[in-house]
Design a protein around this ligand. Structure first.
Ligand code: FAD
Length: 398
């Protein structure tokens, strides 16, 4: 028997959940169905995210999405409460601190200048100012630091995901436990169970598996899983007022309660992009951390920058997949020009947790009104994929 919905969303991670939330809030009578193969979200990036938020992107549209995301997080109790019960998202407001040696200082300064008109408030700090503000930091090989003053920090991403999904369900969205095999034809969306659905709008929000789903549906999209490991460390020394630090050598580190989270960019891209197939959701049950990333050399660069970490302990680690869009490390939001029923909401390349509220609102408005009214996201449309014209985000962390 064929089933029908007006909007069928593949993937109920934070993107699918946020889209279902906005659609059912803006159009309460709309029939919205999410198809999700992994009801515990054991592999979903939304369960494995470091859930930090920053303004310091190179593309203006990413700044706008972050600004929207930050306001949404601040007001989440009003948006997402159910019968007076508000989610606890533990938003911690603290800046990102990008560090630069002589070689990177000019581009850090240039980016700071470019972003003033976008409303990004940062302070440029020379080595002496850095030392004064963060006495636990080794600054002798640094020329500059750029510290976010507003709209940056970290939060409980999995709690945001759960709250969006719960609110969407409360507003009438339905979740089906299945997997979309392909969406060649809106009259016949094929699911792994053998069920066939009909819809007016199909949305590919399958996170790191979106490239595989698009290809199975006959469309080009180079989004693939790329493994990242997050190490949980403890350190005997106190590091007062610690921001999220991004070192010129590539690592990032930030406090998390009484511990610290640490990550590295993949040294060997082949290790980062460990899997490429959609079938991973069927066969994989866990994603192993790459313990070897925290070897002598990377530990030495951490202890060099923050000497207190010479005495650190590794408490644990987890890994997850960045939803990497290989074209330009930027999301795709919007419909395919030749297949207007097929919408993309994917490819967020490691910054999707913070962008989910804004990106999903933009797509919800496109579906409901034919255009995004609240945010200007046309730079992230699928047209650039068709033309193979990258819209490059230069500030991708790790
Ligand atoms: C280690 C790590 C650190 C990160 N740190 C940050 C950060 O600091 N800040 C930030 O903003 N972002 C961060 N991210 C990125 C962010 O978590 C992701 O961009 C975001 O969670 C993507 O959400 P999603 O819903 O698109 O994908 P997911 O959460 O992966 O959800 C996609 C869902 O689609 C389902 N699915 C797969 N195939 C199909 C199919 N064929 N049919 C139906 N469903 C399917 C999957 O089961 C999955 O549940 C990080 C990610 C990782 C892994």
């Amino acid at each position: 028997m064929q089933r029908a919905s007006e909007v069928l969303i593949a993937g109920a991670g934070v993107m699918g959940a946020a889209l279902a939330y906005w659609l059912t809030r803006l159009a309460p009578a709309l029939r919205v169905v999410l198809v999700e193969p992994d009801p515990g979200f054991s592999l979903a990036s939304s369960s494995r995210s470091a859930s930090s938020i920053r303004q310091q992107f190179s593309c203006p549209v990413n700044v706008e999405l972050s600004q929207f995301g930050f306001l949404f997080l601040r007001e989440a109790h009003a948006h997402l409460a159910i019968e007076g019960d508000a989610p606890q998202l533990s938003l911690h407001e603290a800046g990102y601190l990008y560090l630069a040696g002589e070689r990177q200082a000019d581009s850090l300064r240039a980016l700071a200048r470019e972003q003033v008109p976008l409303g990004v408030r940062t302070a440029l700090l020379g080595a002496a100012a850095l030392r004064e503000r963060f006495p636990w930091l080794c600054t002798h090989d640094l020329a500059l630091g750029r510290l976010g003053l507003e709209g940056e920090g970290w939060f409980d991403g999995p709690a945001l995901h759960r709250a969006l999904l719960a609110k969407a369900r409360k507003q009438g969205a339905q979740v089906v436990h299945d997997r979309v095999v392909h969406a060649h034809d809106p009259a016949q969306i094929a699911l792994a169970s053998g069920a066939v659905w009909r819809c007016e709008h199909f949305v590919c929000a399958a996170g790191a598996w979106s490239g595989a789903l698009a290809r199975a549906s006959g469309l080009r999209l180079e989004v693939q899983p790329s493994r990242r490991t997050v190490f949980v460390l403890s350190c005997p020394a106190a590091l007062p007022a610690m921001p999220l630090v991004i070192d010129p050598s590539g690592f990032w580190i930030r406090p998390e309660g009484r511990h610290f989270l640490l990550g590295f960019p993949p040294r060997d891209p082949a290790l980062g992009a460990a899997v490429t197939a959609a079938e991973t959701t069927e066969t994989e049950t866990t994603i192993e951390p790459q313990w070897q990333e925290l070897d002598e050399a990377s530990w030495a660069s951490l202890a060099h920058r923050i000497p207190a970490f010479a005495a650190m302990r590794i408490e644990s680690a987890w890994a997850g997949y960045y939803d990497m869009h290989l074209l330009d490390h930027n999301a795709v939001i919007g419909a395919h020009p030749q297949r207007p029923y097929f919408h993309f909401l994917c490819g967020f390349s490691g910054h999707g947790m913070q962008h989910a509220p804004g990106a999903a609102l933009a797509l919800a408005e496109q579906i409901l009104h034919g255009e995004s009214r609240s945010l200007e996201v046309s730079a992230l449309g699928y047209q650039r994929v068709l033309r193979a014209e990258p819209y490059l985000e230069r500030n991708v962390i790790g």
